[in-house]
Design a binder for this molecule. Structure first.
Ligand SMILES: Nc1ncnc2c1ncn2[C@@H]1O[C@H](COP(=O)(O)OP(=O)(O)OP(=O)(O)O)[C@@H](O)[C@H]1O
Ligand code: SF4
Ligand SMILES: [Mg+2]
Length: 402
């Protein structure tokens, strides 16, 4: 495979691997709900409701969560296809939150999006040659050797026959169409690619091929990805870090291995329990599945406090009144929870078991509840022992000084 031609100064990769490429602070998108003849605003869909994260050059950040939790809206905000209601988006250190269409033009080359549905995202009346060459025309870029040659090269990069340049989208399968979408996204040699559920419309057998293609292209071209999926199994193999979203918020953001091995947010734990485990030693895995009761509440009026409290089996009084901040509880693992799993309780004095939690606990296997209680107790004992040891140490130190 060859690398797309670098034509123009903006195509140089500025951020070194590991440096922050994109930074998002307090990002919000509220869609107004209007009613009546006067179209008065009567409320808002709080699709994205204050999120903070960063994407480092060369990494893949996976974003997962149930339908309607704001993943696509987040993707469109960071690619500036939507105007944020509040918060800040910085790309390579530059504030791009409210750039106008003209000011965004140079940035459009650096940030590209791949869409979920390869059927509706390609214009059926255009040949694939026209579709993949559109970014060059829009940006007024003339690649070395001409547009046609470059488009044919891009088609072969994504595993398509360059001779099919003059064919129409309906002549291709779903997987091939998604490859066309990928070729279009790569045309201008972007730095950041946001892929919104790139494989969810495809057959399971084709999904892995497309995910592997994205992975290969990343290694080859030094790309940075944000890959959105509603299933943790899709992003598992390609992500370096994973953000778990619920009702417009990030609940947990952690290094991939840590998140799978030792999830700290009850919601992450529930999502993971739904992922099939190909491990015969965990024969009880099926019965350990956590069934989340009820639907995701409406983003028009999300629950008070922790917005997961209506479905959480660990919820206590504080969860209904105080929103837990997203805190780094372990290196590389940020969690928004008062009573995290596999960690010392953040609000141990608050032990009132709410009726909602009692009901939610019915959806959780006894083995999971027992394990959860055991790890909490073990961590609490460890914390106590460490505190006692350091208190003793301090006393000894004071005695020595006398
Ligand atoms: N243009 C819009 N106007 C009003 N509400 C919107 C708009 N776009 C999205 N929403 C609402 O915002 C919320 C988040 O939608 P979004 O599409 O971002 O979720 P998602 O996580 O991508 O879901 P899915 O997994 O189904 O794609 C939903 O309640 C949705 O109905
Ligand atoms: S324990 Fe409380 S804060 Fe943690 S997820 Fe459950 S409801 Fe939210
Ligand atoms: Mg979506």
């Amino acid at each position: 495979m060859t690398t797309p031609a670098k034509s123009g100064a903006t195509l140089t990769k500025d951020a070194a691997p590991g440096e922050i490429l994109l930074k998002v602070t307090g990002l919000q998108k509220h869609f107004p709900i209007k009613k009546g003849l006067l179209q008065r605003q009567v409320g808002a869909v709080r699709a994205v409701d204050g999120i903070d994260f960063e994407v480092r050059a060369g990494e893949t950040l996976g974003v997962v969560g149930e339908s309607g939790c704001g993943k696509s809206t987040m993707g469109r905000l960071i690619t500036r296809l939507l105007e944020p209601t509040a918060g800040k988006v910085e790309f390579e250190g530059k504030d791009i939150t409210h750039l106008g269409v003209g000011q965004m033009r140079p940035l459009r080359r650096d940030v590209q999006m791949i869409f979920q549905d390869p059927y509706s995202s390609l214009n059926p009346r255009h040949t694939i040659g026209t579709i993949v060459s559109a970014p060059f025309k829009l940006q007024g870029v003339e690649p070395e050797g001409g547009v046609k040659k470059e488009v044919q090269r891009l088609l072969s990069v994504v595993g398509l026959n360059p001779e099919h340049y003059n064919r129409y989208p309906h002549e291709f399968s779903g997987g091939q169409r998604q490859r066309i979408g990928i070729a279009r996204a790569l045309a201008l040699n972007p730095k950041l690619v946001v892929a919104d559920e790139p494989v969810s419309a495809l057959d399971v057998s084709i999904q892995a091929q497309v995910v592997n293609l994205l992975d290969d292209l990343q290694a080859e071209l030094g790309l940075t990805y944000v890959i959105i999926a509603h299933d943790l199994s899709v992003v598992r193999h390609v992500s370096d870090r994973i953000a778990v979203m619920y009702l417009g918020k990030i609940m947990e953001l952690a290094d991939r291995d840590q998140l799978y091995k030792s999830p700290m947010h009850p919601y992450t734990k529930a999502l993971l329990s739904a992922v099939p485990v190909p491990d015969p030693s965990r024969k009880s895995a099926k019965s350990e599945r956590i069934l989340l009761k009820g639907d995701v509440p409406s983003p028009i009026s999300p629950p008070s406090g922790c917005r997961f409290h209506t479905r959480c089996w660990k919820a206590t009084q504080i969860c209904t009144t105080t929103e837990p901040p997203l805190k780094e509880l372990r290196p590389g693992q940020r969690v928004a929870c008062h009573h995290p799993e596999n960690f010392a309780d953040q609000a141990p004095q608050d032990v009132v078991l709410l009726s909602a939690a009692k009901e939610a606990a019915e959806g959780v296997a006894d083995a999971v509840l027992a394990e959860s209680a055991a790890t909490s107790a073990a961590v609490a004992a460890e914390v106590e022992a460490t505190a006692a040891a350091s208190a003793d140490g301090a006393k000894d130190g004071a005695a020595e000084q006398k």
